[in-house]
Write a protein that binds this ligand. Structure first.
Ligand SMILES: [Mg+2]
Length: 318
């Protein structure tokens, strides 16, 4: 079994780089460590089944490493080092680097869900509409300066310019039509640098689709506040629509920008997403592990189920 340290030197403020983690991992008793760089792909082909891939970076880096872990049947350990570490929040990892490195080499693991949207893997949330703004507008400089608040600042600045968009959302037999301000499709329970999604879990085999209707800002704000305080969406106001389903299809009247885990995927009118329960083995806090489902993925698959394509075109690459 190999231990890999995968680093992204461009993530976060750069203080938690290769040397930082190597020292803490050695202190945790890890002697043999192979190092790979996210800018490089050579290491990906050398990862073997049962290996542990420790990735130092933010959500973007973790997504790349997760893809490799699913393809190569390896276990992922996250060493949060980026601006947005939303995936790591689902795993209740300790903040102290020494405690984190002890955990990263331990056998406390659990299986979590991974989602795909229009063929691309994502771990946290995909957005259409207002929610895509931060990904497109937050500059690297602002991300470093304001951290998680960069998303909110950008969102507030751009909110008034949104005109909304029309479309139909279909989730396992439920169909909702409307004129929307934003639609979010979440796999985990956090997005945008720590914002929690009520009732969402990363191990329930379901996507949480949250759609906000294009209404007065007072009603939108009220719906958000009620959700925050009550822990669920308002029962007598359909400003906020919350659907849970293992897959969803969204048909828009016109092309709109789609983002997933903060990356822009382009403009499109047809969006299909699905989740696969427990396909990714991750190191997590033992307390979180007892709450996360530990089902073997094979037990949860429908007959005739084919493993999803981890990334388009994989296998044809040189
Ligand atoms: Mg879920």
């Amino acid at each position: 079994m190999n231990y890999w340290l995968i680093v992204n030197d461009a993530a976060g403020d750069g203080r938690r780089g290769e040397r930082f983690w190597r020292e803490h991992l050695e202190a945790a008793g890890l002697e043999h460590l192979r190092v790979g760089y996210l800018a490089d792909t050579d290491w990906e082909r050398e990862v073997e089944p049962g290996d542990r891939v420790l990735v130092a970076g933010g959500d973007g880096s973790v997504g790349r490493a997760a893809t490799v872990c699913i393809e190569r049947d390896a276990t992922l350990a996250v060493l949060p080092s980026g601006t947005a570490n939303d995936f790591a929040r689902n795993l209740a990892l300790p903040e102290d680097p020494a405690a984190l490195c002890h955990l990263a080499v331990s056998d406390h693991t659990a299986s979590v869900d991974v989602a795909w949207i229009n063929g691309r893997l994502y771990l946290n949330v995909a957005h259409i509409g207002l929610g895509t703004m931060p990904a497109r507008e937050a500059t690297h400089e602002r991300k470093q300066r304001l951290g998680r608040f960069s998303y909110l600042v950008t969102l507030a600045q751009r909110a008034k310019l949104q005109r909304g968009f029309s479309g139909r959302i279909e989730c396992d037999g439920q169909t909702v039509e409307g004129h929307w301000l934003t639609i979010a499709i979440a796999s985990g329970a956090y997005f945008g640098g720590g914002h929690h999604i009520a009732e969402a879990r990363i191990d329930d085999g379901r996507l949480d689709v949250l759609a906000v209707r294009h209404r007065s800002w007072f009603r939108v704000l009220l719906a958000f506040l009620v959700t925050r305080l009550m822990g669920h969406t308002p029962r007598h106001d359909d400003t906020l629509v919350h659907l849970q389903s293992s897959q969803c299809h969204i048909q828009l009247r016109q092309d709109r920008t789609l983002t997933a885990d903060g990356e822009t995927l382009g403009r499109m009118s047809n969006v299909s997403a699905f989740t696969r329960r427990g396909v990714l083995r991750v190191v997590c806090n033992p307390l979180a592990a007892s709450q996360l489902a530990t089902l073997h993925p094979a037990e949860d698959r429908a007959p005739g189920y084919d493993a999803p394509m981890v990334r388009p075109g994989h296998g044809q690459e040189p």
